[in-house]
Design a protein around this ligand. Structure first.
Ligand SMILES: *[C@@H]1O[C@H](CO)[C@@H](O)[C@H](O)[C@H]1NC(C)=O
Ligand SMILES: *[C@@H]1O[C@H](CO)[C@@H](O)[C@H](O)[C@H]1NC(C)=O
Ligand SMILES: *[C@@H]1O[C@H](CO)[C@@H](O)[C@H](O)[C@H]1NC(C)=O
Length: 353
């Protein structure tokens, strides 16, 4: 009797536990690999420039092809600016619980205050940040917090809610939600406004602005538009109807696809989310060298500084050996003004026909 019990125990419970353990190990390894792979693909994708895009200087005008290359910004304004003109940031509680508002976050907001001059700057999210830089901005009424729950609804499949693939996608959905509701501009905190007036100029002539990322797709770091933009609505809707658990699918590929389908609606801005280019030495050229990366004509710079390994925690860190990154941050910190934009500078890019 005892022997059979022990046999039964050996034959069922132990394999069961071993199975669970094996499953847990495999899923841990799978998730680690997925995260590593993402970081690697991200770097690789940003190192390639050529592909399914054309810049105006290479484009062949062909009016019969759905106006793909018709645009310039020479036409007179057709829209007023969204009123009031909001700049929206989004931040949900991070996994590590860090609520501090960093010096570089502060500089991003100051770049907007000085060079974009929106009517209001709002941070949407599920916690109020802490720290002196947040207090500095709020005491001067330069930013306000609006409470927002993290959106996680990405539609249904076989009558069950689909799972959101990356927690970062919540913030992307939230960006599109606030744009569809209020209009305006959304930016990540590693976006710095340089020629913010340019974004307003575009918004007076297009329903939406999105950012060129790389040959594979656009980047959601900076998006702007009027609340009745079909492009923004369709992009937001993609997260419900065709959400895919893939880092780039909705945030990059769908945006590019829609910019090709709705070329008259949307301006894809160049030299913002692809400048500096986070690839190997080019990243170093911006973050560790001086004068190699031209940033002064761009509407804004999406720095991707988390990939650079250069810490800027206080204004002291802006001193010392000059780099282009520090030069840009100092220009913001000291509210300097820049010379006029190079007249040959172009910042529109098209999805190729
Ligand atoms: C313009 O597009 C049409 C239709 O796609 C094509 O037949 C024509 O050859 C194109 N013209 C030029 C100059 O590329
Ligand atoms: C906010 O920070 C700026 C720049 O460091 C400083 O000049 C200003 O006095 C601060 N204002 C407040 C209210 O803390
Ligand atoms: C930045 O400088 C401009 C003048 O170049 C000035 O009009 C503006 O008030 C300054 N902004 C801040 C926030 O100090």
């Amino acid at each position: 009797m005892l022997v059979t019990h022990r046999r039964k125990f050996v034959l069922t419970v132990i394999p069961f536990c071993a199975g669970i353990f094996a499953f847990w190990t495999i899923s841990e390894v799978y998730h680690k690999r997925k995260a590593l792979l993402f970081e690697k693909t991200f770097r690789e994708q940003h190192s390639k420039r050529e592909g399914h895009y054309t810049r105006p200087e290479h484009a062949v005008a062909n009016q019969s092809q759905r106006n793909f290359h018709k645009h310039t910004l020479d036409e007179p304004p057709v829209y007023g600016l969204p009123k009031p003109l909001y700049l929206h940031y989004i931040r949900f509680k991070p996994k590590n619980g860090d609520t501090e508002f960093k010096f570089t976050d502060f500089l991003s907001v100051m770049s907007a205050v000085q060079y974009l001059k929106p009517d209001e700057i709002v941070l949407h999210g599920d916690f109020v940040p802490s720290g002196p830089y947040w207090l500095n901005l709020t005491s001067r009424k330069l930013i306000k917090h609006i409470s927002m729950e993290r959106p996680i609804d990405v539609g249904m499949r076989r009558r069950k809610p689909k799972k959101i693939g990356f927690i970062e996608h919540s913030a992307d959905i939230a960006k599109l939600d606030v744009l569809v509701e209020y209009g305006g501009i959304t930016a990540d905190f590693d976006v710095y406004f340089i020629r913010g007036e340019r974004i307003k100029e575009i918004l007076r002539r297009r329903k939406a602005v999105t950012c060129y990322g790389d040959q594979d797709g656009n980047n959601i770091g900076l998006v702007a538009g009027h609340k009745d933009s079909l492009f923004l609505w369709a992009w937001r809707r993609s997260y419900r109807d065709i959400y895919v658990d893939d880092w780039n699918f909705n945030q990059a590929f769908v945006s590019t696809y829609l910019s090709a389908v709705l070329p008259d609606e949307v301006y894809v801005v160049d030299h913002v989310c692809n400048n500096p280019f986070p690839a190997g030495n080019i990243l170093d050229q911006f973050f560790k060298q001086y004068g190699m990366i031209q940033w002064k004509d761009s509407a804004a710079i999406h720095s991707y500084q988390r990939l650079a390994g250069v810490a800027v925690d206080t204004s002291k860190d802006l001193e010392g050996e000059a780099t282009s990154f520090k030069e840009m941050l100092q220009y913001i910190y000291h509210n300097q003004s820049l010379p006029l934009v190079n007249p040959l500078f172009r910042d529109e890019i098209f999805a190729a026909p």
